[in-house]
Design a protein around this ligand. Structure first.
Ligand SMILES: Cc1ncc(COP(=O)(O)O)c(C=O)c1O
Length: 432
């Protein structure tokens, strides 16, 4: 390690964290870099292992954001690292035009694990692309164009996916198109029925629990009724399980807990093991017609990269183990109880806990409440992020394999941070 470049990473090096931040603004993304600096979170992730990330300064954080579940199995999960490292002796990305070993093996494993009725797999390189594939598939199958989503939906930022979401992101690039992508209020069945009743809708796309909107829970029976309405009005049901799938709710796919067999289901983030990008669309036979009509209908060089498939096969296998399920049930109970204990001390501030397994949203009584808590958590050794489309709510997503002693430490740190955030908010209110 040279004195001029104490941060030496082999193929590149930096002299200081300040240098990284300056160059990130100059060459990468000034808006995003400045946002985090202004938010009191000048994080540049350096070391990462298990459920810990370390800032360049050496500061350790328990990662309770996990990039929306990308690191469900921890950072650099040794079993996934081993699987990819071994596979690299033989495989590369592969050629997307041909039938392929790892792509076929993953497709078979996914279909064996998927809700009943899903029979084909199509690959993307990320969640947004996979959502685009799901929408294209629904449009081809129904020969209709409209896709209904909920207000404040978030399904990614690619061409079609961004159209389903909040106009903050679609308007920026002139991709807002309410005619083709109407929104309805979450949990409002009347609104859903009136959006569908003209029979001109290709699909309803739904996150099983809408993450970026702060994990509002579907009312009992709501999603099942939406599926029935889809059947009644000849629309398909696309389940976005990018954040809720892969055992996070204590079942492999959250949608099966709702008793729904979707027509199309999307998985992303965690299926990569956090190590090799890949996303998957599972499709029922009645929606999969284009794969026969023109198998070249969706082309993606990196979609279904064979090394990504290896990461996904291993990640899916780990998520499916009975001991992983047991651990998620144990942690959900332990962390849920701990959060309710903390909540009892701050009823006027920490007023809600939204929980389905390890999908957890913490509600605070301030329009920007979760941002205060996020910063105090950061200062106190925990990384958890506010919900972009409802900043009252903190996304709190502990890892599936978190050690019980770290879960306990997480709760201790959370308790202190919620108290400090409340003290800050009260003093700000007093000074207004
Ligand atoms: C529910 C959901 N769907 C889709 C996506 C898009 O995934 P990606 O960022 O991999 O394109 C996201 C990303 O946050 C998501 O949360």
């Amino acid at each position: 390690m040279s004195v001029e470049a104490p941060y030496d990473y082999g193929v590149f090096s930096f002299a200081s964290k300040a240098e990284v931040l300056d160059k990130a603004k100059a060459y990468w993304n000034p808006g995003k870099t400045q946002f985090w600096i202004d938010s009191g979170i000048p994080l540049v992730i350096d070391r990462r292992e298990e459920y810990f990330i370390y800032d360049m300064s050496g500061k350790r954080l328990i990662d309770t954001h996990l990039n929306g579940g990308t690191y469900n199995l921890g950072h650099r999960n040794p079993e996934v690292v081993q699987a990819i490292t071994t596979a690299m002796q033989h495989f590369d990305i592969g050629n997307h035009h041909f039938p392929a070993l790892a792509r076929t093996a993953l497709a078979e494993a996914l279909i064996a694990s998927a809700p009943v009725g899903l029979t084909k797999v199509i690959y993307g390189s990320g969640g947004g692309e996979a959502i685009d594939i799901a929408i294209k598939t629904a449009r081809h199958a129904t020969q209709k164009r409209k896709v209904v989503s909920i207000t404040k939906a978030y399904h990614g930022h690619t061409g079609l996916a961004v159209g389903t979401g909040d106009e903050r992101f679609s308007k920026l690039f002139l991709a807002d198109n309410p005619e083709d992508f109407p929104n309805v209020t979450f949990n409002d069945l009347e609104a859903m029925e009136s959006a569908l009743q003209n029979r001109d809708v290709a699909a309803v796309i739904m996150e099983t629990i809408p993450a970026t909107f702060g994990f509002p829970l579907p009312a009992p029976g709501y999603l099942r009724r939406v599926k029935e309405l889809c059947e009644q009005y000849d629309a398909l049901y696309i389940a976005d399980e990018v954040q809720t799938g892969l055992m996070r709710t204590g079942e492999l796919w959250a949608i099966t807990k709702e008793g729904i067999a979707p027509d199309i289901m999307v998985s992303g983030k965690g299926i990569s093991g956090g190590l090799y990008p890949i996303a998957c669309v599972m499709v029922a036979e009645h929606a999969a017609g284009w794969l026969t009509e023109d198998g070249f209908g969706h082309i993606s060089t990196f979609g279904g990269a064979e090394l990504g498939c290896v990461a996904a096969i291993k990640s899916l296998e780990i998520c499916s183990r009975p001991e992983t399920r047991s651990m998620v049930h144990y942690l959900s109970d332990f962390i849920g109880k701990g959060l309710r204990r903390i909540q009892a001390d701050y009823p006027d501030w920490f007023f809600g806990i939204r929980q389905n397994g390890l999908v957890i949203g913490l509600e605070f009584d301030d329009p920007q409440g979760a941002k205060y808590v996020m910063r105090h958590l950061y200062e106190n050794g925990v990384w958890a992020i506010f919900s972009t489309l409802d900043p009252r709510v903190l996304q709190y997503k502990p890892g599936l394999l978190l050690k019980p002693e770290i879960a306990e430490e997480l709760l201790d740190r959370t308790e202190v941070s919620i108290g400090r955030a409340w003290a800050e908010v009260k003093s700000l209110r007093g000074s207004r």
